[in-house]
Write a protein that binds this ligand. Structure first.
Ligand SMILES: [Zn+2]
Length: 140
């Protein structure tokens, strides 16, 4: 339904809320919608529409969302640490992707390659340990 407001251009028989008539030039809300290609209209006194809306809001009170900022709460670390931690997470993600590829394609010398990648991941783990800990999925 499309709602707009304006003035009654003529006498309107029935307000959809109070069922009273609406005099010409009174402020009104108009509702228009289409069903099976037929146009339907509804009219309200300006104040009746507001009352109806208030009633609706009272019957449907505000419910705060459980996910206020979406996802997990922020870690309690300094902005600098947060930046470092993010850098380390990105680096580790790249290393882990490479590890997956090495294991998948097994090019000659892949074991050595994997070892060096594991070594890099351990170094990253040591650096991230004091700023929020090592994510569990790194070593699974
Ligand atoms: Zn009314």
């Amino acid at each position: 339904m499309h709602i707009s407001c304006g003035y009654a251009k003529k006498l309107i028989h029935e307000c959809d809320f109070c069922k009273g008539s609406i005099v010409m030039s009174e402020p009104i809300f108009r509702g228009v919608w289409y069903l099976w290609k037929r146009q339907h209209r509804r009219y309200w006194h300006f104040n009746c529409y507001i009352d109806q809306a208030k009633l609706y809001l009272e019957l449907n009170p505000f419910v705060p969302s459980e996910h206020v900022n979406g996802g997990r709460p922020r870690m309690d670390i300094s902005p600098g640490d947060r930046r470092n931690r993010k850098n380390l997470l990105v680096q580790a993600s790249k290393v882990r992707t490479q590890m997956k590829e090495v294991v998948e394609y097994k090019f000659p010398g892949w074991e050595l390659n994997l070892e060096s990648l594991q070594f890099r991941l351990r170094i990253l783990a040591e650096r991230i340990e004091p700023i929020g800990g090592v994510p569990k999925k790194w070593f699974t």
